[in-house]
Design a protein around this ligand. Structure first.
Ligand code: NDP
Length: 498
């Protein structure tokens, strides 16, 4: 990795002003306590910013601002066509500032600059535009009651939504909450992960520039167990849209029970299987897709296909093809536009990944690709794409979410065993199945307990398709019109005209 050779992106990074203040009631402010936390660029391991660490008093301030904005009706009661105009402009501004936002994302999380600018940011903009376009096309209902009654069933915004999001796709994950929550008329308080506050903070001003009234979107950077917890326990927050670990998802259920029974939507972890049956129609395409399914974003993906479940008849041939892709993919400088694999998000996450790799070895599995931290001289957190063979499904590396570029290959005898291993997990976020047999494809799609099943593909997505989990991968759906249900309440109105 040649870090001496500074690209244009390095120069732009040095010149860039990094957002560091909270955004409350339409203005950038320090935390009331004056406290800050450090943000590290994972490509170098160096501290690059100190960001406001919001505490409970800041949460109160943001909630008061959000409530005032909500009750004023300045957003919550505007015509859907008006909200649409503002959100479409907001989406355009994200695109107009794509390069700056992409750079901020890469500096926070170490993903390749090309992915940030061409993937994450346009995808977030597309999400906002999708909900903007949807909002004036959803209708209420007239229920079939008696002749003397007209009974309307309408949806109303819940009020104040806290969006608590992770660091793996900071802006996209925020957009999955902001799109439907803002489109339905709520006020939102966004709490980015402590590793990745930059884009969330920057877009708060862009939202105001687009015409969003002050107080409708507040952004509170801070520590999860402080800021996130205060939002979860707040008596005047009506709903939490959360994406992150199952462990923290459990906390939010508790916070809700301990406070005001706020609605909670949870998009949690996964241990998604990629099942490759012996009649797979194209092993080359499957191998390329399986590798991308685990190594994209260095495996820091909630639906990462971290378990390869492969029939023994094709195992050796198939693994050889997967290895070719794994070995071809070298972690490199995130600010180099040709880089395909960036760094792990933080030293803590790097240590977590390395400890799982050790556990895989001590548990009896065999490394057949990667397994090492690399480019240590840069100070950054880089790990090679790693493949384990000889994995039993009860091993830790097959059961626990690693959130790194680590694939566990599990060999099975036939279709039935493949289905049973696929379902032998506490998670149920997503799954892939490769087969040339239409009957098996349908049987597998029904048999696998997961919110998404991809047949002869993996990780395909569209805003028009819901995304979310079964089992301990959570509940409620992001994306599609279904996501709007989370951020609105049904009201029945009976009008007696008899
Ligand atoms: P967390 O679940 O801890 O973080 C997600 C969000 O919740 C962050 O904004 C975080 O804030 C906040 N949070 C953390 N603790 C609390 C708390 N006690 N109360 C309220 N909010 C809280 O994920 P991590 O970043 O720690 O990653 C750990 C593991 O979680 C990963 O290795 C991976 O397995 C999984 N994960 C899954 C994701 C998914 O998309 N399903 C995404 C990210 C992680 P803060 O960052 O300040 O702690």
């Amino acid at each position: 990795m040649n870090v001496e050779l500074k690209s244009d992106w390095h120069r732009r990074a040095e010149a860039l002003k990094l957002p560091s203040k909270a955004f409350i009631d339409g203005a950038y402010v320090d935390a009331l306590s004056g406290e800050t936390f450090d943000c590290v660029y994972p490509g170098s391991g160096k501290v690059i910013a100190s960001v406001a660490a919001c505490g409970p008093a800041d949460v109160d301030r943001a909630v008061r601002s959000a409530r005032k904005a909500f009750e004023s009706g300045a957003w919550s009661r505007t015509a859907p066509t008006e909200r649409k105009k503002v959100l479409l402009r907001f989406s355009e501004l994200l695109l107009e500032n794509r390069e700056e936002l992409g750079l901020l994302e890469t500096l926070n999380v170490g993903k390749p600059i090309t992915n940030s600018t061409n993937g994450d940011i346009p995808s977030a903009a597309n999400c906002i535009a999708w909900y903007a376009e949807a909002i004036d096309k959803v209708y209420g209902e007239v229920a079939a009651t008696s002749d003397d009654m007209t009974t309307l069933v309408v949806r109303e915004p819940v009020g104040i939504v806290a969006a608590v999001v992770p660091w793996n796709y900071p802006l996209s994950m925020a957009a999955w909450k902001l799109g439907p929550a803002l489109a339905t008329g709520n006020s939102v308080i966004l709490k980015p992960a402590e590793q990745s506050p930059f884009t969330a903070l920057r877009i708060a001003q862009l939202a105001i520039d687009a015409g969003l009234p002050a107080g409708v979107l507040n952004v509170l950077p801070g520590l999860g167990h402080v800021t996130g917890k205060a939002l979860g326990l707040h008596m005047d927050v009506d709903c939490v849209g959360f994406t992150g670990s199952t462990e923290v998802g459990r906390y939010f259920m508790q916070y809700s029970g301990q406070s005001n029974i706020k609605r909670i939507g949870l998009e949690l972890g996964g241990k998604s299987p990629q099942v490759v049956l012996a009649d797979c129609p194209d092993l080359d395409v499957a191998a390329r897709t399986v590798a991308a399914g685990i190594f994209s974003n260095t495996g820091q993906v909630c639906n990462a296909g971290s378990r390869l479940i492969v029939e023994d008849k094709i195992k050796d041939k198939f693994l050889e093809k997967v290895l070719a892709h794994a070995n071809d993919l070298k972690p490199a400088d995130p600010l180099d536009p040709s880089t395909k694999l960036g760094s792990i998000v933080s030293e803590e996450q790097l240590n977590r990944v390395m400890s799982y790799i050790e556990q895989g070895l001590s548990g009896g599995a065999r490394i057949i690709a990667g397994g090492n931290r690399v480019a240590q001289e840069t100070g950054g957190f880089f790990v090679e794409p790693t493949v384990f063979d000889g994995v039993a499904n009860n091993m830790k590396i097959a059961q626990e979410e690693i959130f790194g570029p680590v694939l566990s290959a599990i060999t099975v005898r036939d279709f039935d065993e493949a289905m049973s291993v696929a379902n032998d997990t506490i998670y149920g976020l997503a799954a892939g199945v490769w087969t040339g047999d239409l009957k098996k494809a349908h049987r597998a799609a029904k048999a696998i307990k997961a919110g998404v099943v991809w047949v002869n593909c993996f990780d395909r997505g569209s805003m028009s398709v819901p995304f979310g989990g079964f089992k301990q991968s959570g509940f409620g759906r992001d994306k599609s019109l279904h996501a709007m249900d989370k951020y609105s309440d049904l009201k029945a109105i009976w009008i007696n005209h008899g």
